[in-house]
Design a protein around this ligand. Structure first.
Ligand code: PSU
Ligand code: MN
Length: 296
């Protein structure tokens, strides 16, 4: 694992650091927009007073903190694999390159000593779980990794209620960030309530400090809804998502390909509106993560 010099220095000096994942760049957003977004998210972290640490595996080295050339490689190299935590050792030992999902990013970031991580939406339990048993490895990894993940809930392509139940079973703390309702990724609300609400970065940081003091080694999900003006029209969302799920079934999309397929389907069939909502959510999460890291 290689921690970049600026991330290393910031951690050493106790300055705020925010980890960013790379799967959203390589597999979650369309090219060429993704390359600009990778740079934009890092700038947003800096403007918000923290040091960005984008995580990816490049030529067998797990990087925490990327340079511009490496960020471009993640965005542009079509051969970048999608790596969960279970893939890290194989990728490094065999000299492979890949973007890291929430699970792999959270693992590497926590190992580097980073306490806050921002993304769009967590993976979770897929709607056809009873037949496919498809549950993102994000959930089990968060159960054993002490890090705050600032996200707009879980992706709405999933079974949100089942995912919340699994987070409870796995012992992952869930905080609504200024909301009593669990966010719905592209939408402000998923319709599901949360047990705990924090009013801003200081309270979120206080929960993280308490987790550390109490020796609770699981993650804290900080669920931050997309801004009202930026959310996707709920009726459009429901209609296009139903069509996308049907298309995925017809085309036999399975495993790691399901999430990228559905995100791309939504982008195409909402004429880019879902992409804008996704980006707005990520930007909001990056800002909130930097503020929380600052309070810590
Ligand atoms: N959030 C986004 N876009 C994404 C993802 C999250 O806004 O593409 C990625 C994350 O890397 C997450 C992954 O870990 O989707 C989940 O994939 P799967 O369902 O295959 O576990
Ligand atoms: Mn899956």
């Amino acid at each position: 694992m290689r921690v970049s010099p600026d991330v290393h220095d910031a951690l050493d000096a106790g300055r705020p650091v925010v980890a960013l994942e790379s799967t959203i760049i390589a597999h979650g957003l369309p090219r060429p927009r993704n390359a600009a977004v990778a740079v934009e998210l890092e700038s947003l972290v800096r403007e918000s007073g923290a040091v960005p640490a984008t995580v990816a595996v490049i030529d067998g080295v797990a990087h925490v903190g990327l340079g511009k050339a490496e960020l471009d490689r993640v965005a542009q190299d079509g051969a970048m694999r999608k790596l969960g935590a279970r893939d890290l050792a194989a990728a490094c030992a065999l000299g492979a390159s890949g973007a890291t999902t929430v699970s792999a990013t959270a693992h590497l970031a926590a190992r580097a000593g980073i306490r806050v991580f921002a993304t769009g939406g967590l993976g979770g339990v897929h709607r056809d779980w009873t037949s496919t048993q498809d549950e993102s490895a994000d959930l089990a990894l968060l159960a054993r990794t002490p890090i705050a993940v600032v996200c707009a809930g879980v992706k709405s392509i999933l079974d949100v209620g089942a995912t919340l139940q699994r987070l409870e079973t796995l012992g992952v703390t869930v905080l609504g960030y200024g909301t009593r309702e669990f966010p719905g990724f592209y939408l402000r609300s998923s319709g599901h309530p949360v047990d705990w609400t924090v009013d801003g970065p200081a309270q979120a940081a206080a929960v993280l400090r308490a987790q550390e003091e109490l020796g609770v080694a699981s993650a804290v999900v900080v669920a931050n809804p997309v801004a009202e003006a930026a959310q996707l029209d709920p009726a459009l969302h429901d209609r296009v998502l139903a069509a996308g799920l049907a298309a995925a079934g017809r085309e036999g999309v399975s495993g790691q390909a399901v999430t990228p397929f559905l995100l791309a389907y939504l982008t195409e069939h909402t004429a880019g509106a879902s992409l804008e909502a996704n980006l707005a959510a990520v930007r909001g999460n990056v800002r909130a993560a930097a503020e929380i890291a600052g309070c810590l």
